[in-house]
Design a binder for this molecule. Sequence first.
Ligand code: MTE
Ligand code: MO
Length: 383
Amino acid sequence: VVVDASRNDHLGVDLPELEPFNAEPPRSALISSYLTPEDFFYKRNHGPIPIVDDIESYCISISGLVENSKQLFMKDIRMLPKYNVTATLQCAGNRRTAMSKTRTVKGVGWDISAIGNATWGGAKLTDVLELVGIPKLTSITKFGGKHVEFVSIDKCKEENGGPYKASIPLSQATNPIADVLLAYEMNGEPLNRDHGYPLRVVVPGVIGARSVKWLDSINIIAEECQGFFMQKDYKMFPPSVNWDNINWASRKPQMDFPVQCAICSLEDVSTIKPGKVKVSGYAVSGGGRGIERVDVSVDGGKTWMEASRFQKSGIPYIADDANSDKWAWVLFEVTVDIPRSTEIVAKAVDSSANVQPEKVEEIWNLRGILNTSWHRVQARVGF
Ligand code: MTE
Ligand code: MO
């Protein structure tokens, strides 16, 4: 495993930390297109980025509570039907910096761009699992397997030098509608090293932490994965829990992410000319729920107007419609009049009518995850 210094030279990309390599793009770049180009796609790593250079010998093993264990090479995976799924990947820590302003939290300080939207190409996990004798729509194997664990090649300090790993329920892994992929392409290109070359898991609608990169093996297990990132991280605690009274076992690992949106056309504080201003950003919900509405306020949340939403140009976006990308974000846009300095706010409503919480204090948690509070920016009118 080699750390490559060239991982740190992405132009225009902020580097919250140098090693492990983490990066997010500037706000304005993030929404310059519906599909996020690889250069502007956030990168989140917990250890050195592995290099897999012998693609002929690269293989994944599938074992555990199954009848026949199997080794699959890239050619075996490429032989399965290929699916292209457009899905937004979002780190659970997205918008953490804003949450840490209320009270200190532990974790990488992300602005609002630890999120990206890509078309992932690869095999469906359910087709892969059929190769070891697990039929579609299985929630328990005859050997008692109920979870699917993904183990990576990369090693990280949180696992005491062991591999990064995570799991999802077997029922989700074997459900074709859940679109869980073993992806070897991103936006039509071979997966890049930073994002998991040669093969990564993509679990649509779920926090990024479960989409394991540089896949090494798949285990069918009885209980959910006991790894650090499932059991001692990425759990949502109430504001009353601190580092002295935390009981990790009392909460489930976070899976789906909640409804989220952010304004990307303005910084936290922007100086603008008085008059018309375009307010634009992204909105997304987990679990395949569409975005029903995005509300924008130019008076700090007293009155609201609705922004227009779109995904692909030329096709009107309708939440949960067959022509919409169910796992993907929508971009929103509204032109507003700003005669004087004010606070501009955005909040989204998903197709189950879930709304974002008004205040970050209500959802503060010690790990600083899932900050989905109303997104606020200050517009200072100058001449
Ligand atoms: N997979 C491995 N092997 N190692 C990691 O550190 N980080 C996870 C996930 N998969 C991680 C991983 C986290 S927390 C996130 S948010 C996403 O990968 C980030 O994916 P990206 O770097 O492709 O944007
Ligand atoms: Mo993450």
